[in-house]
Design a binder for this molecule. Structure first.
Ligand SMILES: Cc1cc2nc3c(=O)[nH]c(=O)nc-3n(C[C@H](O)[C@H](O)[C@H](O)COP(=O)(O)OP(=O)(O)OC[C@H]3O[C@@H](n4cnc5c(N)ncnc54)[C@H](O)[C@@H]3O)c2cc1C
Length: 381
């Protein structure tokens, strides 16, 4: 089991001090489905966006595991799960691939903004014809002299409506299969790029999401992130961090929810006794504790293995499955423990259920994670 030192603990406590400001009005903002620009200013002040990035670009140079630990703190202190999702989306979609694959010029241009939050990042992979089979994408990028010309459309781009820069994945070789895709850094104001209006959705409503239309969007070859044909490599690197960084936030959220349930079960009385004294309630809370600790352990163990350079294909799939299913299960548990109050929006618990469903879909649906595990076991051939 990992033990955190005082520097790591101080970093997390420093972030958690901003919890009230980050959580402010989260129920009303969820109802309005708006991106909280004022609270993004608070996010910027916390410094959380620069956690894993090089200090020379304005980051704070923390390891993968320390970043996860502090992000767990974000989930624990911030009730606005959409805002947290926008934080990890900006960090993972753009900052993470820039740090690994970016040229010096690309890093100088974008990383300081991504680290400070002055720039918001997004990535566009999914298309209307299907997202699970991402490599079947049809958005194409055709070489024309020193430029590439991108045409096509994307759906479900988190942060799309507020993004300054997007990593767009497009096909550069018609028959190249996985080796035929490339990642491009595309500025929002590039001629031919149209960002759709925010799409209404079930949860994570303060994190706006939109379509993206590319009508002969011309970018210089210097906008290629990684190598031409290396899109899958970039995406694989990003997805590993996206799962670890965004789902560890859910672990913090689960911890907060569990603490709430324990407090409520000790104080809410029924038939003359605290409801927590009845096994029907106590066992639900115990299950939530087991789900939380299992998810936490899988994510940190997977992070440790990734840092050690080990193959985490199976571990990541298990960690993602367990965490997203646990987040959903524990959010339903919390509603049940709080009874009628849990069902009412003002308690902020029904919002958690709606947001948790998203986690079973993004970063590779849970069905796809099952396929990955089956494939690792040699099944489904
Ligand atoms: C909140 C949210 C945020 C998102 N943010 C982004 C983003 O920032 N950028 C981006 O590019 N995309 C984003 N997405 C899109 C997401 O990645 C896709 O929705 C996801 O990959 C699934 O693709 P799809 O919706 O096209 O479903 P499909 O691929 O059409 O799948 C439909 C159903 O069939 C199942 N299925 C498909 N293939 C198989 C199979 N081989 N075996 C078993 N079951 C299968 C799926 O699991 C699913 O249940 C986001 C989605 C959500 C919900």
């Amino acid at each position: 089991m990992l033990r955190w030192n005082t520097d790591q603990a101080d970093l997390r406590k420093g972030l958690e001090r901003w919890g009230d400001a980050l959580s402010a009005d989260h129920i009303e903002l969820d109802e309005q489905s708006v991106f909280p620009h004022d609270k993004w200013k608070v996010v910027r002040e916390t410094g959380v966006l620069g956690l894993p990035f090089d200090e020379v670009y304005g980051g704070i140079g923390q390891s993968l595991l320390t970043t996860m630990y502090v992000l767990e703190g974000l989930g624990a202190c911030n009730r606005d799960s959409g805002l947290s999702f926008s934080v990890t989306t900006s960090m993972c979609s753009t900052g993470v691939p820039l740090q690994k694959f970016g040229t010096a010029g690309q890093k100088e241009r974008y990383l300081p903004g991504i680290c400070s939050g002055g720039m918001i990042g997004a990535h566009a992979i999914t298309e209307a014809e299907g997202g699970s089979d991402a490599m079947a994408m049809t958005t194409k990028a055709v070489r024309d002299g020193d430029d590439f010309v991108l045409s096509g459309s994307k759906v479900f781009v988190s942060n799309g409506p507020v993004a300054d820069v997007m990593v767009v994945y497009a096909r550069t070789h018609p028959d190249g299969g996985p080796l035929g895709t490339t990642a491009f850094l595309v500025d929002r104001n590039t001629p031919g790029l149209t960002v759709g209006s925010p799409v209404k959705k079930m949860g994570l409503r303060t994190s706006p999401l939109s379509e993206l239309f590319l009508d002969e969007v011309r970018v210089h070859t210097s906008a290629v992130l990684g190598r031409t044909g290396g899109g899958l490599l970039v995406l694989d690197h990003v997805m590993k961090r996206e799962i670890l960084f965004s789902f560890i936030v859910n672990v913090g959220e689960m911890q907060h929810r569990l603490d709430r349930c324990v407090d409520y079960a000790k104080t809410r009385r029924s038939f003359g006794k605290a409801i927590g004294s009845y096994q029907g309630i106590a066992n639900k809370i115990v299950d939530a504790k087991i789900q939380l600790e299992t998810a936490r352990k899988w994510l940190y163990d997977t992070g440790e293995k990734l840092e050690a350079g080990e193959d985490v294909t199976m571990d990541l799939a298990i960690a993602k499955l367990i965490t997203s299913e646990s987040n959903l299960a524990t959010s339903l548990t919390a509603v049940q423990v709080f009874g009628g109050h849990g069902y009412m929006s003002e308690y902020g618990l029904e919002q958690d259920v709606r947001s948790a469903v998203g986690g079973t879909i993004y970063s590779g649906t849970n069905e796809i994670q099952y396929n990955r595990i089956a494939s690792q076991l040699g099944l489904g051939k």
